[in-house]
Write a protein that binds this ligand. Structure first.
Ligand SMILES: [Zn+2]
Length: 410
C-alpha cells in the first residue's frame, strides 16, 4: 500500500523532475583537462535546488584544484534520515560532464539548450549523469512529501571529476573516511535499456598518452626532417594489432566480453599543411579483463616502443594518464546486490542479470576501499555521444527503484 502511494507520488513529480533536469543541463561542468571551468557553477545551482526541495543538511567536501577559476572541485552530500543509520543507502552520481564534441553533430538541439522531443530530453549530460542524479533526489523528495521515514537513511552523493579519473571526486570523498563496509552503495552511471543489468565488476582501465618526437622540416624536404606523425601512425597501428593479439581472452560475465584497446584522442600538431611535424600526440584507452596483469601489458607497450625507437631514430614517450587496476568484484551475494535484484523483480517484474562492464565508474573506487557497490540504471547508453538524451520514463521509473530500495524491509 505504502509502495503504491509512493510510486504515484513519484509519478506526480514527473514535470518537476523534467524541469529540474533541464535547468542543470544549461550549466556546463567540464573538467580542466578538457579546457573547462570545473563543476562549481553547476554545484551551486544544485545546492539551490536541494534547499528549495527541503534538503536542509547539505555538506560540501571540496577538493582543491588550482586549474579551475574557483580553485575548488565540489562534492556534495545530503541526507534523508531513515529509521536506522546502521546501514545507509548511498546513491552516488556525478555532476561533471564530457565536452559536447563537434557542435555540428548536435542536430536536435544545441548541447546546453535542453529540448524535449516526445519522451526524450536532449542535451549534454542529460543521460550521463543528470538523469540518475535527478531520480535520486526525487525518490527522497517523494518520501519527504508523504512524510514517510525510509527504513534506512538515504545519502545522496554528488561528485566532481568522474570523467577524468575521480581524484577530485569520489576518491577525495573516500579519503575522508565517510563510507564503511555496511553501506549500501548504488552508482547509477551505467546500465541498459530495460534496467535488467546489475554491474558488480569492472575491467582495469588504462589511458596512455603516446608522444612521438622526430625533427620538424619543410614538407618538401622530408630528407631533412623526421616525420613524427608517420612514426606515431605506424607505432599506434602496430601496438593496436599487438595488444589485440596478445590479450584476446573472452569473459562472458562482461559486456563487452573482450578487453578493448582504442586509439582515441589525437592532439593537434603543426599549423600548416606544408610542415612535417617534429612532434605528435595520440591517446589510447584500454579496458582490460581483470585476470590480465596490467604491469605486464605496460611492458609490452614499452617494449614495442623501444623497437620503434631503434628502428626509426625517433623518440617515443609514453605516459600513464590514468590507471585503475580492477578491484575485487562486489560479491553477488552481498546485501546491495540481493536488494537490487528484489527491487527489479518486484517493481519491474523482470529477472536481472549480474555481471561486469568496461568500467571506469565510481563503483570501482568503493570496491577498492572494501565497500560493496553496484552500478545500475535504465539508460539507452548515449553517454559521450552527440544528441545525448534522457528518457522521461526512465527518470521517473528509476526513482521508483531508489525509493523501493530505501523503504523495503528486505
Ligand atoms: Zn557517467
Amino acid at each position: 500500500m505504502q509502495t503504491q502511494s509512493l510510486f504515484s507520488e513519484i509519478e506526480k513529480l514527473r514535470n518537476e523532475m523534467t524541469q529540474t533536469l533541464m535547468e542543470l543541463i544549461r550549466i556546463p561542468a567540464i573538467a580542466p583537462e578538457s579546457d573547462g571551468e570545473g563543476e562549481t557553477k553547476k554545484a551551486e545551482k544544485l545546492i539551490e535546488i536541494l534547499k528549495a526541495l527541503g534538503f536542509d543538511e547539505i555538506q560540501r567536501f571540496d577538493a582543491d584544484d588550482e586549474r579551475v577559476p574557483s580553485k575548488k572541485r565540489p562534492n556534495i552530500i545530503t541526507y534523508c534520515n531513515g529509521k536506522t543509520d546502521m546501514e545507509r543507502l548511498w546513491i552516488v552520481t556525478h555532476i561533471d560532464i564530457v565536452p559536447p564534441g563537434e557542435e555540428s553533430r548536435w542536430t536536435i538541439t544545441k548541447p546546453f539548450e535542453p529540448t524535449i522531443k516526445g519522451e526524450r530530453i536532449y542535451g549534454r549530460g542529460s543521460e550521463d549523469n543528470a538523469q540518475s542524479l535527478i531520480s535520486s533526489i526525487f525518490a527522497a523528495k517523494a518520501l519527504k512529501n508523504l512524510g514517510i521515514k525510509p527504513e534506512r537513511t538515504i545519502a545522496l552523493c554528488f561528485v566532481a571529476d568522474e570523467e577524468q579519473g575521480s581524484v577530485y571526486g569520489i576518491r577525495h570523498l573516500i579519503k575522508q573516511g565517510i563510507f564503511n563496509a555496511k553501506d549500501l552503495v548504488v552508482v547509477p552511471d551505467g546500465g541498459n535499456e530495460t534496467g535488467s543489468f546489475i554491474e558488480t565488476a569492472e575491467k582495469s582501465v588504462l589511458w596512455l598518452r603516446i608522444r612521438t618526437f622526430g625533427k620538424q622540416s619543410h614538407a618538401s624536404r622530408p630528407d631533412m626532417g623526421l616525420n613524427a606523425n608517420r612514426i606515431r601512425m605506424q607505432y599506434i597501428l602496430a601496438l593496436d594489432k599487438m595488444l589485440h593479439e596478445k590479450y584476446p581472452d573472452t569473459d562472458e560475465n562482461f559486456d563487452p566480453p573482450k578487453s578493448t584497446f582504442e586509439p582515441t584522442r589525437k592532439d593537434k600538431n603543426v599549423d600548416a599543411v606544408n610542415i612535417i611535424p617534429g612532434e605528435d600526440t595520440n591517446y589510447l584507452d584500454c579496458r582490460i579483463l581483470p585476470h590480465y596483469d596490467v604491469g605486464e601489458l605496460l611492458r609490452t607497450v614499452h617494449g614495442l616502443a623501444a623497437e620503434f625507437i631503434k628502428k626509426t631514430g625517433a623518440e617515443i614517450k609514453i605516459e600513464e594518464v590514468h590507471k585503475t587496476i580492477a578491484p575485487q568484484p562486489t560479491d553477488v551475494s552481498s546485501r546491495i546486490v540481493v536488494m537490487m535484484r528484489e527491487a527489479i523483480m518486484k517493481v519491474r517484474g523482470i529477472e536481472p542479470k549480474v555481471g561486469g562492464i568496461g568500467g571506469g565508474t565510481c563503483a570501482a573506487y568503493f570496491r577498492e576501499a572494501g565497500v560493496p557497490a553496484i552500478v545500475w540504471s535504465t539508460i539507452d547508453e548515449l553517454a559521450h555521444l552527440p544528441n545525448e538524451y534522457a528518457k522521461i520514463e526512465n527518470l521517473v521509473n528509476d526513482a521508483k527503484i531508489f525509493a523501493y530500495l530505501a523503504t523495503a524491509s528486505i
